[in-house]
Design a protein around this ligand. Structure first.
Ligand SMILES: NC(=O)c1ccc[n+]([C@@H]2O[C@H](COP(=O)([O-])OP(=O)(O)OC[C@H]3O[C@@H](n4cnc5c(N)ncnc54)[C@H](O)[C@@H]3O)[C@@H](O)[C@H]2O)c1
Ligand SMILES: O=C(O)[C@H](O)[C@H](O)COP(=O)(O)O
Length: 378
């Protein structure tokens, strides 16, 4: 069996190695000739899987994308060819949630403000939005959720409108898929008019898809509104973001909000599970056995942790400042953008660190170990 896999997908050897012959490819430049004799195709978000790529791949029976988003895949075409398709829902949700939370801590520190006490609006309350909300609520923040689709589906959480978020939230974090049609389409959800409604000093974070914000309008807006602070992980026109926009952000990264080691491993593991299910094989490998121990695997937490200490602790798993600096040095070319993603040193999630048993659980200080557990520390 021939397995074609994106070279930037870890653990393919460990999980698929005994199932067939694996050929690693550059996902962005993958050509039809390279997939013609494939039985299994494992991709990430940079590969457009459509008739143009796989029309002549007559043996192809499985396409797996180790991502949450599916906008790069023509799922109708795959269905018409009877090719099984799966993505990896939720695989990197914790990574995105922690990225957003840590970015907010970084912004607070940079501007001498306190994150505690701010109201945060989450737009899109699915896997990544919920993961961000979990961190924010663990820290005691007031979180507003906007997700009209979930509300219509009967989700019991309390939802507000996007207008309410814009009026009331100090921070807005975007977590929607990119959709071009329908009542709730997200393409340019934040267009010029909506950007102009942002209240003074809003922090706006986008770690879903670049085109959820009209990037040209965002440049014009930000040039007039320096009070608004931006954290952007995703860009219109990736892998070539608009240089002017990068310069106007507080933190900028090349679509790596989901790049924790755990998130990447989960992505490949979900594809492995789905393949086993499809062909009736037993799942004989485990996710935890793939992950190495973390260098700071156990910490003793002080009960009087301040917000700036919480940020320092968070930087053990992810120092956003490093990625921001590296990105500004390489984002002027598409090759630089992709190379940074390829060489990204996987960060860890809070769960990689466990709290030593000596912590004082009875402390009633504002930030305490039970808050750290709720954030995701073990
Ligand atoms: N930057 C990254 O590395 C990264 C990582 C993972 C996912 N993503 C992107 O983030 C998106 C969201 O991921 P997820 O796992 O949370 O997906 P999800 O499907 O679990 O949740 C998305 C939520 O958005 C809601 N939604 C759709 N349209 C909306 C609208 N107009 N207003 C408000 N809510 C709306 C949906 O109802 C759903 O609950 C993915 O589709 C992907 O494009 C980016
Ligand atoms: O949709 C997703 O899951 C993310 O956008 C994904 O993490 C992007 O990373 P890539 O697949 O391009 O490596």
């Amino acid at each position: 069996m021939k397995i074609i896999a994106d070279e930037n997908m870890p653990y393919v050897d460990a999980l698929f190695g005994d199932l067939g012959e694996i050929e690693y490819v550059n996902g962005r430049t993958l050509s039809p000739e390279q997939v013609n004799d494939a039985d299994v195709l494992l991709v990430r978000s940079v590969t457009k899987v459509n008739a143009g790529l796989i029309a002549h791949a007559h043996k192809l029976k499985f396409v797996g994308s180790a991502t949450i988003g599916t906008d790069h895949v023509d799922v109708d075409y795959l269905a018409s060819r009877n090719i099984y398709f799966t993505n990896a829902p939720g695989c990197n949700a914790t990574a995105v949630g922690e990225y957003a939370f840590i970015a907010m801590l970084e912004l607070a520190q940079r501007f001498g403000e306190s994150l505690a006490g701010k109201v945060v609006g989450i737009v899109g309350a699915g896997n990544t939005g919920t993961a961000a909300a979990k961190c924010l609520q663990a820290y005691g923040l007031n979180v507003l959720l906007c997700d009209p689709i979930k509300a219509q589906q009967g989700d019991k959480r309390e939802f507000v409108s996007l207008d309410t978020i814009i009026e009331q939230a100090d921070i807005i974090s975007l977590h929607v898929p990119i959709t071009k049609d329908g009542e709730h389409k997200t393409w340019y959800l934040f267009d010029e008019a909506r950007l102009n409604q942002l209240k003074p000093n809003t922090w706006l974070l986008n770690c879903c898809r670049g085109e959820v914000i009209d990037n040209r309008a965002l440049i014009r807006f930000k040039q007039q509104r320096d009070d608004v602070k931006l954290v952007l992980d995703v860009w219109e026109g990736e892998p070539k973001p608009m240089a002017e926009l990068v310069a106007l952000t507080e933190f900028a990264t090349p679509h790596i909000a989901g790049y924790s080691l755990e998130g990447k491993a989960r992505g490949t593991f979900i594809l492995y599970q789905k393949w086993c299910e499809l062909v009736g094989l037993a799942v004989d490998k485990s996710l935890t056995s793939l992950l190495p121990a973390f260098q700071f695997n156990q910490i003793v937490s002080q009960s009087d942790l301040t917000e700036s200490q919480l940020l320092k602790l968070s930087r053990l798993v992810y120092d956003l400042r490093d990625d921001d600096v590296t990105f500004r040095g390489c984002c002027s070319t598409a090759a630089g953008f992709d190379l940074m993603r390829k060489n990204h040193t996987y960060r860890r999630e809070y769960s990689a660190i466990s709290l030593a048993p000596s912590v004082d659980y009875l402390s009633d200080d504002v930030i305490n170990p039970s808050m750290l557990h709720a954030l995701g520390f073990n």
